[in-house]
Write a protein that binds this ligand. Structure first.
Ligand SMILES: Cc1ncc(COP(=O)(O)O)c(C=O)c1O
Length: 413
């Protein structure tokens, strides 16, 4: 490729690539080589300081009194949850396992919102036991929760997860609008509110329209619509809503050509919403729930080159970590077109690229690719390859049992 053609190629958004005096990539101030030596590879390393920075950045755009929750599904690493428990107001959980992890990290009661279709009775009971707010996803689920509450000592706490009649446009994954497994269609909510069960405290509304959106204006528009929908539905409620969970969907720039999310329009929308809520819903707390935006950019996946070979003119770096550790970076976690996360040679991420390589894992499937035709400095056997933007939907979103290779380690630095 000519220099001119290369400079026209879309690039990854700049990231905070820290290196030590020798040029080695550092995560949380610790050289990748040292982390790999201490913890082995493949390894996820999460930079705690960057998580703190992202949380502070979001806090800075929230109006006073608006709450920030972390979606545990993005990364349930216990050390990370303990850190985040101190930084955010609550956790969004989606299973009994996440509930237990959240409680172990120090969050309980109404600081927990439990969303997710097909909650089992044992999960509803655990939510009752710890006083979590269940975001009910169907009339049947509400009936099961109320039957469990009726036989026990505790009152239940539930919000209605509403499936809105609009979509979060430009999001990577949509969970709202049209026919959905998630939530109760907005038009059916008034009748459910009319016959709200006595054993359950009505807590409010939860709307989660979609994920991985890089358009601040689209998110701002969706937040407005979501708030207005909840405000309208509140007229049908047995009591004023204690909370309105507006969701989030804040995306991060994974791929070449992606640009960072502009928080400015979101800030304006949230301040408008807060002003309206003060007037129309004075007792209601508004909250956002974010996953990847808080932790995604803080994580680096490190994998070691086990073999290097050429096949019919293409160079392959064959590594000890692959799609079984990091399904999302292999392009098999909801991507329509496979694209590469940022890929670096950890030994010298700033060195000029001199070759084009395929970075592959150890699995016997052509899907096990972490970088296809990526430009890198020359990497040798034993080198570490680093994949950026890997702090969310990494190990816990990967088929780690496939082919019985070792699981990736995870460390918060
Ligand atoms: C209900 C709910 N809340 C929060 C999230 C977190 O999304 P993200 O990590 O994109 O912020 C998801 C993602 O699927 C979700 O389904």
């Amino acid at each position: 490729m000519t220099d001119a053609a290369a400079s026209e190629q879309p690039r990854h958004a700049p990231t905070l690539l820290a290196v030590d005096a020798a040029g080695m990539l550092c995560i949380g101030g610790v050289p990748a080589s040292l982390l790999a030596e201490r913890h082995g590879t493949p390894l996820y390393a999460i930079d705690a300081a960057l998580v703190r920075t992202r949380v502070a950045e979001v806090r800075a755009i929230l109006p006073a009194g608006m709450r920030l929750h972390y979606a545990v599904k993005a990364n349930p690493l216990p050390e990370l949850l303990s850190l985040l428990a101190k930084l955010v107001d609550g956790f969004d959980i989606a299973s009994l396992g996440e509930l237990q992890a959240a409680v172990a990290a120090g969050k309980t009661g109404r600081d927990l919102g439990f969303a997710g279709p097909a909650k089992r009775d044992v999960e509803l009971q655990a939510a009752l036991d710890c006083g979590a707010v269940v975001n009910v996803e169907s009339a049947g689920e509400l009936a099961r929760l109320s039957a469990l509450a009726a036989t026990g000592a505790q009152r239940g706490h539930a919000a209605i997860r509403v499936n809105p009649d609009f979509e979060l446009r430009h999001s990577g994954m949509r969970m709202g609008g049209g026919a959905q497994a998630f939530g109760i269609d907005a038009e059916h909510v008034p009748s459910i509110l009319k016959s709200w069960p006595d054993t359950i405290d009505f807590e409010g509304f939860h709307v989660y329209a979609g994920s991985q959106n890089l358009s601040g204006t689209q998110i701002a528009a969706a937040l407005h619509k979501t708030y207005e929908l909840c405000r309208d539905l509140a007229h049908h409620a047995p009591c004023p809503p204690a909370l309105i969970n507006l969701g989030g969907g804040f995306g991060i720039p994974y791929f070449a050509g992606d640009t960072r999310l502009d928080l400015a329009p979101i800030r304006t929308a949230l301040h408008d919403i807060a002003a309206s809520a003060r007037q129309h819903l004075p007792g209601t707390t508004v909250l956002l729930e974010l996953g990847r935006y808080l932790v995604g950019e803080a994580g680096v996946f490190l994998t070691r080159v086990i073999d290097r070979k050429t096949s019919r003119g293409e160079t392959f770096l064959l590594c000890d970590g692959g799609m079984h550790n990091h399904l999302a970076a292999s392009g098999n976690f909801g991507q329509v077109l496979r694209r590469d996360y940022p890929v670096w040679l950890a030994r010298d991420p700033h060195a000029p690229a001199i070759e084009t390589v395929n970075v592959c894992g150890p699995l016997c499937t052509p899907l096990d690719v972490l970088g296809r035709q990526v430009a890198l400095p020359r990497a040798e056997v034993g080198d570490l390859i680093a994949i950026g933007q890997s702090g969310a939907y990494g190990a816990s979103a990967s088929p780690s049992a496939f082919l019985s290779h070792p699981q990736a380690g995870q460390v918060l630095v």
